[in-house]
Design a protein around this ligand. Structure first.
Ligand code: PSU
Ligand code: MN
Length: 305
C-alpha cells in the first residue's frame, strides 16, 4: 500500500490536535470559477469569514503531488495566478497525486480529500449538477454521486440556472442525498434566492443540520448532505435579469461545441463578462454567507463530539 501524501498546514495541524471545528474549502472555484485577482481576494475573505465565525478554514488543493489541507497565503496566490491548472474531480484525483502533479479540487474531489483529513463540513458557492440537454449529452456532474457516497455536509447556494435544476433535484433524490434548504422552503438558484422549486427538506438552524449529519452516520448510511443556503437578499440578481444572460451563454457554448469539463468554466466566464462583473459580486457575497453557515455547523458538530 502507498500512503496518502497528506500535507496539513500548521494552522490545521493545531486545529486537529485541539479538536477545533474545521471547514473545508475547494480550489476549483479559485482556478476555474473566478478571474484573477478577485479569485485570490475572495479566497482570503472566505478564510477570514470562517475564522471570524469560530472555525478554521482548510482550503484544499493538490500541489506537486501532495494533498494540501490548508494553504498558506503564498500558496493561494500562486494557485490563483497559475495558468492551465488541472481541474480534478473524483476521476482525476489519484492519477494527479500519483504523478506528482498539481490541480484544483472540485466539490467531488474536495469532499474526498476532506473525508481523508477527517473534516465533516465544506463550504462552496454552487455545486455541479445535471446540465441542460443531459438527455443527449449525459453531462451530469460527479458532484451529485459524491454527495451520495462521501460523508461530508456541503453548504452551497443551490445550483446555477446554467443547469437543469429539476433534473438535478431528481438525481439527488435518486441518489438518496438529503437536500436541505436553509430557512426557506424553496431550493435556491445561486444568484437568485428561489429556483421556483421546493427543496425536499428545510432546516432553520445549524444545530438541526449537525444533528441530521450525525444521525445519517448512526444509521450507517454513506454519503453527505447538501445544504442550500440562499444568497443574501441585498446581493441577489433576480431570475428575470439573470435568465437571459444564462440563455445567451448557453447558446454560445453550444455554438462553439464546448463539452465535458470545459462547460462549467466557460459558462461562468461568459456570464461574468455579460453581466459586467455583477455575477461575480453576487458570487462573492454568497460564498461568504455559506462560509458563515458552514462554520456554525462545524462548531455544532465539534460540540457534539
Ligand atoms: N459551479 C459554480 N462555481 C464553480 C463550480 C461549479 O457555480 O466554481 C465548480 C465546482 O468546483 C464544481 C465544479 O464542483 O465546477 C463542477 O464541474 P463539473 O460540472 O464539470 O462537474
Ligand atoms: Mn460535466
Amino acid at each position: 500500500m502507498v500512503t496518502l501524501p497528506l500535507e496539513f498546514s500548521p494552522e490545521i495541524a493545531t486545529a486537529r490536535a485541539d479538536g477545533a471545528p474545521v471547514v473545508a474549502l475547494e480550489s476549483t472555484i479559485i482556478t476555474h470559477g473566478m478571474p484573477f485577482p478577485q479569485n485570490v481576494e475572495t479566497a482570503a475573505l472566505v478564510e477570514a469569514e470562517v475564522r471570524a465565525h469560530g472555525a478554521v478554514p482548510a482550503t484544499i488543493a493538490v500541489m506537486q503531488g501532495k494533498l494540501h489541507i490548508g494553504l498558506s497565503e503564498a500558496q493561494l496566490d500562486a494557485l490563483g495566478q497559475a495558468q492551465g491548472v488541472a481541474k480534478l474531480s473524483r476521476a482525476d484525483l489519484a492519477a494527479c497525486i500519483a504523478a506528482g502533479g498539481t490541480g484544483a479540487t472540485t466539490v467531488a474531489a474536495t469532499m474526498i480529500c476532506a473525508r481523508a483529513a477527517g473534516i465533516e463540513v465544506f463550504a462552496t458557492g454552487g455545486i455541479g449538477g445535471v446540465h441542460r440537454g443531459a438527455e443527449t449529452s449525459f453531462d451530469i456532474s460527479a458532484d451529485l454521486m459524491e454527495l451520495a457516497q462521501t460523508p461530508v455536509t456541503v453548504v452551497a447556494a443551490g445550483a446555477k440556472a446554467i443547469l437543469d435544476l429539476p433534473k438535478t433535484l431528481e438525481v439527488l433524490e435518486t441518489q438518496g442525498v438529503p437536500v436541505i434548504s436553509y430557512r426557506q422552503d424553496d431550493f435556491p438558484a445561486f444568484w437568485s434566492r428561489s429556483s421556483g422549486l421546493k427543496a425536499p427538506l428545510r432546516m432553520d438552524s445549524a444545530a438541526q443540520i449537525a444533528a441530521a449529519h450525525r444521525m445519517r452516520a448512526t444509521l450507517g448510511l454513506p454519503g453527505g448532505q447538501l445544504v442550500a443556503n440562499p444568497i443574501p437578499p441585498e446581493a441577489e440578481i433576480p431570475r428575470a435579469e439573470i435568465m437571459p444572460v444564462v440563455e445567451a451563454a448557453l447558446a454560445e457554448a453550444e455554438a462553439q461545441g464546448i463539452s465535458a469539463k470545459a462547460v462549467t468554466p466557460f459558462l461562468l466566464q461568459r456570464i461574468f463578462e455579460l453581466t459586467g462583473g455583477r455575477s461575480l459580486s453576487a458570487n462573492i457575497a454568497l460564498v461568504l454567507s455559506n462560509a458563515r453557515l458552514a462554520a456554525a455547523i462545524a462548531a455544532e458538530l465539534a460540540r457534539m463530539r
